[in-house]
Design a protein around this ligand. Sequence first.
Ligand code: FES
Length: 114
Amino acid sequence: MADDESFEVTLVTPYGPRVIAARASEHLWDEAKRAGVNLPAICHQGRCLTCAGQLLAPGEFDPSDAVSYFPQDREAGYILLCTAKPRSSLRIRTHVQTEMRQYRLKCGLPAPYA
Ligand code: FES
């Protein structure tokens, strides 16, 4: 993978969809900000779930910079935008922190601020 490889990422926000180019070497939250899309965040460490998104179509990403990210999160399509790097084009619904916290609780997993 080239360092400068980038992917088309559609962020479906409550204010409408925004399409950005996201570099594979950067976190999606930072790439959104660079494109002028301000998303919620508190910890920026992949812990608090404030930045949560959910995939609307199949896609690949690297979540390994997150402090806390579980296989169950991946199965349900949840993505922590502050620490995830794109590995394919992505279509993501943003602002789903409440849903992700409820899902975590249902799974018996940590859900900060729930
Ligand atoms: S901002 Fe806390 S998990 Fe992303």
